[in-house]
Design a binder for this molecule. Sequence first.
Ligand SMILES: Nc1nc2c(ncn2[C@@H]2O[C@H](COP(=O)(O)OP(=O)(O)OP(=O)(O)O)[C@@H](O)[C@H]2O)c(=O)[nH]1
Length: 324
Amino acid sequence: MPDPDKIPVIVLTGFLGSGKTTLLNRLLADGVKTAVVINEFGEIPVDQDLLADQNLPLTVLSGGCLCCKVKGALAPTLKNLWMAWEQAASKPFERMIIEASGIASPEPILDTLLRERWLASRYRLQIVITTLAIPSGAAQLDSFAEARAQVAWADTLLLTHADVSNAGQQAALATRLQMLAPATPRLTTGDFLAASLLTNAGPSLRRLPNDAPLPAHNFRSISLHLEQVMLWQQLQTLLQELLTRHPQDLLRIKGLVYLAEQTEPMVIQAAGTRLYPPIPLSARASDDGRGRLVFIVNGEPTALATDLNKAFAPFLSGNAIKLH
Ligand SMILES: Nc1nc2c(ncn2[C@@H]2O[C@H](COP(=O)(O)OP(=O)(O)OP(=O)(O)O)[C@@H](O)[C@H]2O)c(=O)[nH]1
């Protein structure tokens, strides 16, 4: 039986661009007071600006994954949040949602939650939800151990991007999932209410991650600040060319940019080879008038960095491209 005295924790995991932040916003729409921890691989965080609710207790851990580089930050973050929760007369949150980076393996996060005694007596892992984009899911499972680990540790799989998928992609993903996680419930976005995801609570007895070392990531990120305003058509052409030139290594682009034709900052998103139309954002506390773009790369990033330098040179100030 769930322990009502412990704060429930929902862990959202899933490969780059599969829809974790989109799901997070859907879950937050139920109005339950929630503390959010967002982990981003890129140096310059973007996801925090994509949250519809900008007033919730939010911690962003960026510049690495919760499974490795920033793993040590999770326990102190959860401790600090619990202390704030305990001391507040009016409880600032009733649950916690952790959104892992798209290339994080979930084991170390679960290990921290389940094995750290101090945390385990105050927090209760409610459910691990893994998002998978149907069009790219099968190929990602074939290529990346991290994607397979995300499926292996899921209590529920949420299949996203059904609206832009075809029957072949659906069948290919179903076949992989049948092999990797035949007993894990699967839902598809569109055919559920976000709240119904949470009724499928995880098991009351969980297997614990073992201590086997995780394979080292082979991912890098490149981030840049744009000092000059661009036209969408200019930016679209540059990004589309980069996606076409780097179909294997460029896995994800996201950012916030200021376009000449818009007053609001615009959210830029690409995953795989798909560039999404930009979306305007209302004013955010973090608005500093500087555009920022993050590129996540599989393998050696030198060729992409060279192309980025060429493409964005007129819009950068000084040596503004950062490899990470
Ligand atoms: N067409 C379509 N687009 C979607 C769907 N779910 C998410 N998206 C879009 O896919 C892009 C990536 O979604 P996010 O929610 O940011 O993905 P994420 O998993 O949080 O990304 P990372 O944190 O960078 O790994 C955004 O442009 C979303 O609007 C879906 O079901 N259908």
